[in-house]
Design a protein around this ligand. Sequence first.
Ligand code: PEP
Ligand code: MN
Length: 334
Amino acid sequence: MGAAATPDQVDEVVSRLAEAGVHAHVTPGKDATVIGAIGERELLASLPLEGFPGVDQVLPILKPYKLVSREISPETTVVASRGRRIGDGYFGLIAGPCTVEYREQTLETARAVHAAGATMLRGGAFKPRTSPYTFQGLGVEALEILAEARDETGLPVVTELMDPRDVEAVLGTADVIQIGARNMQNFTLLAEVGRAEKPVLLKRGPSASVEELLMAAEYVVREGNQQVVLCERGIRTFERSTRYTLDIGAIPVLKTETHLPVIVDPSHAAGKRELVPALARAAVAAGADGIIVEAHPAPDEALCDGPQLIPTAEFEAFADEIRALASLMGKVIG
Ligand code: PEP
Ligand code: MN
């Protein structure tokens, strides 16, 4: 719509689209309102949209993803939870244990990362483990511990949902619902969180392309939930010196293609704690809107991902460095 289009003119276009069975997605902007019309190409072509009052231009969206594309929403989305923000200049520093193991371990980690300036607390209750013979997470008991950590620190809780059957339990505690790398293309799960009224942190699958990640996000946004953060966490390549290969290039690509905020998980990409700070710095320098990082009071005793966990005693120095770099990149801690 042109800059001078009135709200009535926007409503008129939306209702004409609806009458024709086309879904209209309205994004008000500073300069102009964009109406994303999603429906059958032939149907859309038959509507004389250019002639409607207030319409400035009609452009086809050639990309396979629509609602998550920058073409529909040129302004970057800010994802918010309990007053914390990620995106459009706000940098998210999400930290916490890989897994909630027991109360003191989680509370101690939460206190340490909070004191060091983290903006959200991560921690797995339901864990996707490669081997069925390893610790699978405390489940509902872990959610209670996370809620206690939130009550004490005020940090919003980010935790993974693996199974639609746990949606009620996880939504009861989580402030941000994590969809893990292994479930990136679990389309029923994506639609489920698309109907939730909480932000979603969607991790890139280890063998998924950037386009597939964006299509996965489209499944969530299509259901009505626009609060989605994308997360690059390393992809599977022939390289074995890191756990995964952090795809730094994906950050500027995603930032160009989508209005959704993009964060990076340097912990799972590195697999080794000594490499985590360098990958985190690279992420910030490449334009990431945040990082999600694993920390633990005693990594050698951890039940999951021990080698990549940053000891809480070292977390403050790590956070200081990231904050300085984020500020150099023109971002403020969200
Ligand atoms: C995690 O963040 O706890 C996790 C399991 O990561 P990913 O899904 O990226 O492997
Ligand atoms: Mn982990």
